[in-house]
Design a binder for this molecule. Structure first.
Ligand SMILES: Nc1ncnc2c1ncn2[C@@H]1O[C@H](COP(=O)(O)OP(=O)(O)OP(=O)(O)O)[C@@H](O)[C@H]1O
Ligand SMILES: [Mg+2]
Length: 258
């Protein structure tokens, strides 16, 4: 049974129908890539999986481990092991990275009936996550995403991933704006978390470029267009898209629509 299962999902924001019947399943340990032209609904799909309050599910459902979470709030989903790295991480002035990580970790522990993490264990967890993601220590004393460069924010998202160790990680254009070394670090971070003993991490990578997909290799590739998945394939589809663009897929879809 796949861990994440999306069935016939229709989503509206304001008076706009953005997703129009999406089916997608991501099993534990699987890496999926979600691609598609700008404005096709990729971030919307990521946001609705996390339960963004401004999105309305008008039809269909989202299941997590067989449980219907379509109406669950974002906090609850996070506690159930869903994690998303944002396309545009927001700054939280006044809350340091350390404070943020500790609050999130303890909220997760509380939901499992566990005591707050000891200072020693917390330091150790953050320390190893920092080594993995090559985030300098001084960053953790700064306010979350406040004044961080674009690439630094993306790295911080992976630091959160490494600390939280979720069951499903949605990475929304985490590769955009990263230099070549940072891209490699981020990819290694994802692969290490996924490869950890006992980990059954499912990954949904939203990206426009094949370069991250050479480092974090998907087994399934989906193309979203106008709110529907219009093409699916294996890793070979990535190279095909890079070479040919989306026109050969979207022309066919548009022709069928008239
Ligand atoms: N809250 C909203 N209100 C109105 N329209 C919205 C809202 N959120 C998203 N949209 C629209 O839905 C469409 C899909 O947006 P989305 O951000 O999901 O695209 P995307 O595939 O992630 O694009 P990109 O590759 O540029 O990141 C866009 O046309 C966007 O303007
Ligand atoms: Mg987007």
């Amino acid at each position: 049974m796949p861990d994440l299962e999306i069935r016939n999902l229709h989503v509206r924001a304001g008076d706009k129908d953005i997703l129009r019947g999406v089916d997608l399943a991501v099993g534990g340990g699987e890496i999926h890539a979600l691609m598609g032209p700008n404005g096709s609904g990729k971030s919307t799909l990521a946001n609705v999986i996390m339960g963004h309050p401004s999105l309305e599910v008008t039809e269909g459902e989202i299941l997590w481990g067989g449980e219907n979470i379509t109406e669950a709030d974002t906090d609850e989903r996070a506690r159930m092991g869903l994690f998303m790295a944002f396309q545009y991480p927001v700054a939280v002035p006044g809350v340091t990275v350390t404070k943020y990580l500790r609050t999130v970790l303890n909220a997760h522990r509380a939901s499992r009936g566990e005591e707050p993490i000891s200072l020693r264990d917390f330091r150790q967890t953050v320390q190893s996550a920092m080594e993995l993601t090559k985030v300098p220590e001084e960053f953790t004393r700064r306010y979350l995403n406040d004044g961080f460069s674009g690439g630094e924010k993306k790295k911080l998202e992976i630091l959160q991933l490494a600390v939280q160790q979720p069951s499903l990680a949605i990475l929304d254009e985490t590769d955009s704006g990263l230099d070549i070394d940072a891209l490699r670090t981020v990819a290694e971070g994802v692969n290490t978390v996924a490869g950890q003993q006992g980990s059954d991490l499912g990954v949904l990578i939203i990206t426009h470029y094949q370069r991250i997909l050479h480092l974090v290799q998907p087994s399934h590739v989906h193309v979203l267009y106008k709110g529907r998945i219009v093409k699916q394939g294996g890793p070979e589809l990535v190279g095909e898209l890079e070479a040919k663009g989306y026109g050969w897929i979207t022309d066919e879809v548009d022709a069928a629509a008239v």
